[in-house]
Write a protein that binds this ligand. Structure first.
Ligand code: ATP
Length: 526
């Protein structure tokens, strides 16, 4: 009924006006008065009267997420549970004179499960859960943000009382928008007022309250937060929520496949190995895409190859319909074969799959699957990375006589890695200060690294050229070659000793009559 109130009143007013005109009354004073009242409301509306007054609260409910639903993140879960125990064992912590925590900050990359952790915290402590985002508080009009902060805390208390709970957890995502360093914004008065109000509310939280409130903030950029928020008594604990390691990824995959029928041959450990750098959200996406692929093929169970395809889809995007011309396809195949062969030579068993089908912004792609997660890199490791990146262009040059624009990204990344080597003090230039180093010194050191790797790749591809041509042939024929196929080709050419621990069971694709011309006639390999 409230929704129609304005329409009913407007209709009534028009009816009275029409009747008054018909009865011959002078309606001008009333119309003037009505206009004035309308203008007054309009200006009040601009300052928040007509606009949404309250902060948009998502999930003003009792949470159902538990810590057991969160994969990996064991350290974060443990730290969080310890910090929450004061809410669960309130009387015991009071006896010891422990001051209750007022805030916990969760920091880490997007999609790592910060929101899930906050919800699980509410379940763990039997609290009401209220969730909102930092951007909900920011308006250009001074005072609106502060008002919304007050409303949020008031609503949390009311909601807890309504649900007969003793505590409430307020979760503010993107807290850096609301709690950024003061005095740095152009409309800083509003930003500062909003943050000040949050600090006041946090300071006002007391053990005497009938509802104990805990604020959980989440941020991908904790470095942007105002130091007043980070001091003890405000956000007392900072819990880091990082990207999951291999075990964590396997755990997350198993959680998200609980409700999905898997073929018995599906190896989630292998999927976890091939998804280094993926967040929980990415992994959830992989399991979902794999299920969609199985549905499209009208299968009852999800197979390993659906997971492989889903990983590519999550990394690179949907396969495009566009088909490159034959000559272009040969060049792409040579380029990717160069990357794959070089990667296998430098890091045996590291190639998961090579493909030459256009996807997202790429025409071809090699997916690597490192044996183990790695968090520290030596100079030889970084140089191998550069060599693998340069091998695509050099394979093209060797086979077709020139490079192409397809190597632009490889070169950019190779230069980035070379600069990292220099600034990490790992190059011949010694320890280099980023601020004071002359561009000449840096460029010389970067060029030196790149030239040496270029020469190294040229020497290798001269030796393994036949294997590159063979992988390219398979790629043109099949559009895709698994790491096993690449290894079989290298083993067949006698370049790679077969590994008894990892038999290359996959047979090589049969040669067709059509022989791909990978080297122009009369041209010798470089
Ligand atoms: P953002 O920083 O972008 O807000 P976030 O860190 O808050 O992201 P969530 O919203 O908690 O991430 O996670 C998004 C989705 O990803 C979840 O709904 C869940 O499906 C999946 N997910 C993320 N991390 C995990 C995890 N550790 N275990 C299980 N699922 C996870």
């Amino acid at each position: 009924m409230r929704a129609y109130l304005k329409e009913v009143l407007a209709g009534l007013a028009l009816g009275v006006l029409a009747f008054s005109i018909w009865a011959g009354h002078n309606v001008w004073p009333f119309m003037l008065l009505g206009g004035l009242v309308f203008l007054l409301f309009q200006s009040a509306g601009l300052r928040g009267g007509f606009q949404r007054k309250y902060v948009n609260i998502v999930g003003n409910t009792v949470s159902h997420v538990e810590f057991a639903d969160i994969g990996g993140q064991d350290t974060a879960k443990k730290e969080l549970c310890e910090a929450l125990d004061f809410l669960r064992n309130y009387e015991a912590s009071q006896k010891l004179g422990i001051r209750p925590l007022k805030g916990i900050l969760l920091t880490g990359p997007p999609g790592t499960g910060k929101t899930m952790l906050a919800k699980a915290a509410a379940t763990y402590t039997d609290s009401i859960f209220m969730s909102t985002s930092g951007s909900e508080f920011i308006e250009v009009y001074a005072g609106v943000g502060a008002q919304r902060v007050r409303d949020l805390f008031r609503k949390a208390r009311e909601s807890a009382r309504h649900h007969q709970k003793k505590s409430a957890i307020i979760f503010v995502d993107e807290i850096e928008v609301l709690g950024g360093k003061r005095g740095q914004h152009t409309s800083h008065l509003e930003y500062d007022q909003t943050l000040n109000q949050l600090l006041v509310e946090m300071d006002g939280l007391s053990v005497e309250d009938d509802v104990r409130i805990l604020l959980i903030g989440a941020s991908n950029r904790a470095d942007l937060l105002d130091s007043a928020l980070l001091r003890p008594g405000r956000f007392d604990r900072i819990v880091r929520v990082g990207l999951p390691d291999r075990e964590g990824r396997k755990h997350i995959l198993s959680l998200h496949t609980r409700n999905k029928p898997l073929d018995p041959a599906v190896d989630l450990d292998r999927v976890a190995r091939e998804t280094f750098g993926f967040s929980g959200a990415h992994l959830e996406g992989v399991t979902n895409e794999a299920a969609i692929l199985a549905l499209r093929q009208e299968l009852d169970t999800i197979h390993q190859h659906h997971f492989e395809e889903a990983i590519d889809k999550v990394i690179l995007g949907e396969r495009l319909e566009r088909r490159p011309k034959a000559a272009e396809m040969e060049r792409i195949a040579i380029h990717e074969a160069g990357h794959a062969v070089m990667a296998e030579i430098l890091r045996p068993h590291s190639v998961a799959v090579v493909q030459v089908s256009p996807r997202g912004g790429t025409l071809g792609h090699v997916r690597h699957s490192p044996a183990d997660d790695q968090y520290m890199y030596s100079r030889p490791w970084l140089e191998d990375d550069i060599a693998i990146l340069l091998s695509g262009a050099i394979a093209e040059e060797r086979s077709t006589g020139c490079r192409s624009s397809g190597s632009a990204n490889d070169f950019e990344t190779a230069v980035d890695i070379a600069r990292r080597i220099v600034f990490l003090g790992l190059s011949s230039a010694g320890i280099v200060d980023r601020q004071s180093a002359s561009p000449d010194t840096v460029n010389r050191a970067v060029n030196d690294i790149l030239t040496r790797q270029e020469q190294r790749v040229r020497r290798s591809l001269r030796r393994y050229g036949a294997a590159v041509d063979e992988v390219a042939r398979v790629l043109v024929q099949e559009e895709r070659a698994t790491g096993q196929v690449v290894r079989r080709i290298l083993e067949g050419s006698g370049f790679l000793a077969p590994d008894p621990a990892r038999p290359s069971s996959q047979p090589l694709p049969r040669r067709r009559e059509h022989r791909v011309r990978v080297r122009p006639k009369g041209r010798r390999s470089a």
